[in-house]
Design a protein around this ligand. Structure first.
Ligand code: ADP
Ligand code: MG
Length: 695
């Protein structure tokens, strides 16, 4: 049988159904076979009628002893008695008048369903609309009963039963020695069964399969199919990575004496050992003749900016330029100010190229970038997309924060840049996802926070307890510290209503806190105003800063020790964690108040519980992933989460690890089995995992 043959030729499908299936991406027999059951039911044991009890969900085998069709105004009811020698079971079916022929008296049938007490005659037991099957040969179990029966999700116009019939038939035809991309030695290493056997067994479980293993997607058939998919996926990543490793970059960068001098002048504090370690890893990459493609992961406040800056210094001292890209304009501005302040004692040109820089000023900025006078260029990703001309770009840093538009070195090359790439993310990415999303990058982790951080106490408060919250803020101010009050933001760009809410709130807070200097910050303010508000808060001129989420990242005021998050129920976990990270930066003990309004949804409650339970960013990310599921965790798929057919990112974490190890081992060993290398060629990999990029 040819698995590539169009699905319309599969018995029981036909041209009309095939059209519907094609819309769901099911075009071939193989596509159909990869529609795995969502669960399995054990229908092997027939229970004798005499032993039936209400509430049992079982299969009963017997002969149709008596039957009749009734019609009411709205319904037809087909009723029968099944006799198995030990007693009689009633079964009723609604609006299926044709059953009078199918399940006529004298037929041997198997019924599967829930046993209930009959409403009419309480001594009698009944099954309502059970699954049924005509038994043709006594010794064989049927398709729908008498075995471990797969239960499918409906597929196009194919409902559970026809689907089961079609797949049982199709799976039965799959030869055990079907062509297998995994050669025998590899199968043996992985201890997995052959592809043909796997495809058959997931649809037609055999005697060796247990209900538990099947339902956990860990039967030998499942493991084989899932591992195959993940292995092929990881092989593609391994190839991408070795591709980058094989490239040679135009210039390598040494940590020169001049660079060391500059670093000394810049550093306002000793680096943490995690920062040092990560910097060493980056320095090795910069020095290497091959391009750097590295992800730096580190929780909020772990000091990634300094790591990025010192990397930039090395490149600059080697006569090249560095680009620093932030996810939003506001953040770009903030980074620009931070970086400019930090390098004040070095003769570096720092340039901000944001959308706000227009006209003549922009032209001049572009001129300085093209001449090389601007050595650090800060902006959003537009920097690269718009093809700004650099004289000699040596390093591109992308501060992704919790966004996942991963900057690929390849994207840079397409735009004509040949630079080392450093991606920084503040979102602790659960390992499975890191292996998936950033699987072709080298990863460094800044897993230590600078000294002097205090842990943050987190409290959940209802709106009715605002008074207590107000008291807390008052006390904090009286002790000489400062507080943030954050209002949620519905969309990416700040909507007018949000701005209005924050503006009104600042007035309310000011009224409730007489004598306290309350300031306001939101994304719609002019840059100069924003800067002024931030500066005033930093020097303590503003004591309570009411803001929208613009302060989510990058803001650093160690004297602020209280964070009040209004409508905490509306924020995502990553955001809550980021916001909480704004406090606990100084010596004062800090508090984060989650102020919730109204009845909490289960999901909101779950999120807030996580916040109360831990401040470990990785733990929070793991829980976030569980609560939301992988698709949602990353928000959009555009940036390149693969689409799997049988594997599931959460369920199959363990198998992903195995696949990764094996794939990288294979790739490092050099010669791939031809069946695997063929798959990786000519864009097959990108197509298979939905990773083909447009443009
Ligand atoms: P993130 O990793 O979230 O980007 P930042 O780079 O913004 O963190 O750093 C957070 C704060 O910690 C900043 O004020 C920064 O100056 C400070 N910081 C960074 N490294 C150290 C260090 N080694 N010792 C003391 N403070 C540090
Ligand atoms: Mg940062």
């Amino acid at each position: 049988m040819d698995l590539e043959s169009p699905v319309q030729f599969v018995k029981g499908v036909g041209p009309q159904r095939a059209e519907g299936l094609a819309k769901l991406g099911v075009k071939t027999a193989e596509d159909l076979l990869l529609h795995l059951p969502m669960r399995y039911e054990d229908r092997r044991q027939f229970v004798r009628v005499a032993e039936l009890r209400p509430g049992m969900r079982v299969a009963v085998s017997g002969e149709v002893a008596a039957a009749g069709l009734r019609r009411t105004r709205r319904l037809t009811i087909y009723e029968l008695r099944l006799d198995d020698g030990s007693g009689r079971l009633k079964a009723i079916f609604f609006n299926q008048p044709f059953l009078k022929d199918v399940l006529a008296a004298g037929k041997r049938v198997v019924l599967f369903g829930l046993v209930e007490r009959d409403a009419m005659a309480s001594r009698l037991l009944v099954m309502r609309s059970p699954q049924y099957e005509i038994v043709e040969h006594d010794e064989h179990g049927g398709v729908h009963t008498g075995r471990l029966v797969p239960v499918y999700e409906k597929l196009g116009s194919l409902t559970v039963k026809p689907l089961r019939r079609v797949l049982a038939q199709l799976a039965g035809q799959v030869p055990a020695d079907l062509w297998d991309p995994l050669p025998p030695e590899l199968r043996q290493r992985l201890s997995v069964i052959g592809r043909g056997e796997a495809l058959r067994r997931v649809h037609l479980p055999g005697d060796d399969d247990t209900l538990d293993a099947l339902n956990c997607f860990r039967s030998p058939g499942h493991v084989r199919l899932i591992l195959e998919e993940l292995l092929l996926f990881q092989l593609g990543l391994a190839r991408r990575r070795s591709g980058v490793r094989a490239e040679r970059k135009r210039a390598a960068f040494d940590v020169t004496d001049a660079a060391r001098e500059a670093v000394k002048r810049i550093l306002p504090f000793p680096l943490t050992s995690a920062q040092k370690r990560v910097l060493r890893e980056i320095a090795d990459d910069l020095r290497s003749p091959h391009p750097m493609n590295r992800l730096v992961q580190g929780d909020v406040g772990s000091g990634k900016t300094m790591v990025a800056l010192l990397s930039m210094v090395v490149v600059i001292e080697n006569g090249h330029q560095a680009a620093f890209m932030a996810p939003t304009e506001i953040l770009a501005e903030q980074h620009f100010l931070t970086l400019r302040r930090l390098v004040a004692r070095c003769p570096y040109g720092v340039e901000l190229l944001s959308a706000a820089v227009k006209g003549r000023a922009r032209k001049q900025a572009l001129g300085r970038i093209a001449s090389g006078e601007a050595q650090i260029v800060v902006g959003t990703h537009a920097l690269i997309q718009e093809g700004v001309v650099f004289r000699r770009l040596g390093l591109a840093v992308a501060d992704e924060q919790h966004r996942f538009g991963v900057l690929q070195r390849n994207d840079l090359r397409k735009k004509g840049y040949d630079a080392d790439v450093l991606v920084m993310t503040a979102t602790p990415i659960p390992r499975t996802l890191a292996l998936t999303a950033y699987g072709d990058l080298d990863v460094s982790v800044v897993d230590e926070k600078p000294p002097g951080r205090t842990s943050v106490r987190t409290e959940l408060r209802q709106a009715s307890e605002r008074r207590a919250v107000l008291e807390l803020v008052k006390r904090t101010i009286a002790e000489g510290h400062q507080a943030y009050v954050v209002y949620p933001l519905v969309a990416e760009s700040e909507k007018l209503e949000d701005v209005k809410a924050a503006t009104e709130a600042s007035v309310e807070w000011a009224a409730a806190l007489p004598g306290v200097r309350v300031g306001l910050l939101h994304g719609r303010m002019a840059s100069a105003e924003k800067e002024e508000a931030m500066a005033a808060f930093t020097r303590g001129a503003i004591q309570v800063l009411v803001s929208t989420t613009v302060i989510e990242v990058g803001v650093d005021v160690p004297n602020a020790s209280v964070m009040v998050i209004e409508h905490a129920e509306r924020f995502g976990l990553a955001q809550l964690h980021q916001l909480r990270g704004r406090v606990g930066r100084g010596a004062a003990s800090s508090v984060c108040v989650l102020l919730a309004y109204g009845r909490l949804s289960d999901v909101a409650r779950a999120r807030l519980d996580v916040m109360l339970a831990t401040d470990d960013g990785f733990a929070i990310a793991e829980r976030d992933l569980e609560i939301r599921g992988p698709g949602d965790f990353f928000g959009t798929r555009q940036w390149g989460m693969p689409s799997f057919r049988v594997a599931h990112l959460l369920r199959d974490r363990d198998l992903m690890e195995r696949a990764r190890t094996e794939a990288f081992r294979l790739a490092d060993a050099g010669a791939l089995p031809p069946s695997l290398s063929r798959f990786l060629e000519a864009g097959g990999w990108e197509r298979r995992f939905g990773l083909a990029r447009v443009g």
